[in-house]
Write a protein that binds this ligand. Structure first.
Ligand SMILES: Cc1cc2nc3c(=O)[nH]c(=O)nc-3n(C[C@H](O)[C@H](O)[C@H](O)COP(=O)(O)OP(=O)(O)OC[C@H]3O[C@@H](n4cnc5c(N)ncnc54)[C@H](O)[C@@H]3O)c2cc1C
Length: 390
């Protein structure tokens, strides 16, 4: 079967589904092609170990498109404060929402809950056709648009094809857009725990010489962790049984929340930095991890992707549908996003390199930097506002 659309989005993860939902009520006819449809139900007592710190800017977008309202409010973990510790056992940088004049700095929520809410929002849009499970196998571009051939032989033609298909983007490769990936030689190990003492909404992060450990407050007496670490530490953590893992994580955080109890098995994700040579070409645009990846130490990867969505949707909606694949229109999206992407990649990469470094001269300097920042309220305010509103 041959079908025609204005826009085909390849990849219905968080970012692709958010883009489709953002373009609801527009004049575009949209297809969202996803390899594996997301789960819509799961046992209520289970907690997803993939969680995100959603910034206030992302929350505004999710509210605007109607996805936030579909989340189960009892499973959201507002972040009221952040405590960041250096690797000398003394230096500390602390922020709190009250000082910033807001109710919370971010909200921690489960990946599958957000994915399901976004998918449902996209599916309710009258101008969005969900095509799943499906994967394109061929890509051909010409002067007027691009054509995708799916594995069942169907073809989809569109003026614009958007790659929202993640860090290894198939569409990016087909379009011949170069990507430079730098592996951090690190893994993000994630798991959830019950805690003995309440977290009071505080997120905690420790910079160690060989990695970064974050404790993120989940709803109730629970936390989720992301431990960015090398191969050896990842293997060690994944080999521990539930009791030993809880003890190891509690010790690494100085038992600040008392005893921990493991409630999900640990999983590990490889960490890499990806720069792409261009976010667009005629009839093609990249968003989310297809366009950039960052180290998770600032919890900003998907927030950066939602920033792409807000900008691309704004630019496209201002155009006549016939022009949505024009290079000059798409270049406006690229120009608008370049700085934010470079800045976030630079900050996360710089921090990762600064702390993951055994140079003895750097250790006192980086810890001094943390302490100094903590003592300068104006600098702290700037940092908080940038992180919240990214
Ligand atoms: C350990 C860890 C912790 C993180 N924590 C945070 C955090 O706290 N805050 C934050 O903002 N970010 C965080 N991130 C980053 C975040 O996970 C990613 O930025 C985000 O998931 C990217 O979403 P995406 O939709 O662009 O890509 P993906 O999530 O990779 O989704 C891509 C989608 O495309 C589909 N797909 C792929 N190829 C095809 C194809 N050929 N055809 C059809 N469909 C296809 C896939 O099935 C998938 O559904 C973290 C990352 C890691 C590794």
């Amino acid at each position: 079967m041959n079908r025609e659309f204005d826009i085909v989005i390849v990849g219905g993860g968080l970012v692709g589904a958010a883009l489709a939902a953002s373009l609801r009520d527009s004049a575009f006819e949209i297809a969202l092609v996803e390899g594996a449809p997301p789960a819509s139900t799961w046992p209520a007592e289970e907690w997803d170990s993939r969680v995100y710190a959603i910034s206030r800017a992302s929350r505004r977008l999710l509210k605007e498109i109607g996805a936030w309202q579909k989340l189960d409010a009892s499973r959201l973990g507002p972040v009221a404060a952040m405590q960041i510790y250096g690797d000398d056992g003394r230096s500390k940088l602390a922020f709190n929402a009250l000082d910033a004049g807001v109710d919370d700095l971010a909200v921690i929520l489960e990946s599958r809950q957000l994915q399901s809410a976004l998918w449902q929002t996209a599916s309710e849009a009258g101008n969005v056709t969900l095509i799943t499970p499906a994967r394109p196998e061929q890509y051909q571009a010409d002067r007027d648009g691009a054509q995708l051939t799916l594995s069942n032989g169907d073809t989809l033609r569109a003026r614009l094809v958007v790659g929202a298909d993640g860090a290894q983007s198939w569409l990016r490769q087909q379009a011949g857009i170069e990507a430079r990936a730098e592996a951090y030689q690190q893994w993000g190990v994630v798991a959830n725990f019950d805690i003995e003492r309440p977290h009071y909404g505080a997120a905690r992060q420790w910079f160690f010489e060989d990695g970064v450990l974050a404790w993120l407050p989940l709803a109730g007496n629970r936390i989720s962790i992301v431990w960015s670490c090398d191969d050896a530490r990842k293997d060690e953590l994944l080999a521990l049984d539930a009791t030993a893992l809880a003890a190891r994580v509690a010790d690494a955080g100085g038992r600040q929340l008392g005893e921990l109890t493991t409630i999900t098995t640990a999983a590990a994700f490889p960490l890499r930095l990806t720069h792409v040579e261009s976010l667009v070409q005629a009839h093609v645009a990249l968003v989310g991890d297809a366009a950039h990846t960052v180290h998770p130490l600032a919890g900003q990867g998907v927030n950066l992707g939602f920033g792409d969505v807000a900008e691309l949707a704004r630019i496209l909606k201002a155009e006549h549908p016939a022009r949505c694949g024009d290079y000059l229109v798409l270049r406006r999206y690229e120009r608008a996003r370049r700085e934010a992407i470079y800045l976030m990649q630079g900050v996360c990469h710089g921090l990762q390199k600064l702390f993951n470094n055994t140079n003895p001269w750097l250790k006192p300097l980086r810890n001094l930097g943390l302490g100094l920042t903590d003592s300068l309220p104006w600098v702290k305010q700037q940092l908080i506002h940038h992180a919240m509103d990214n």
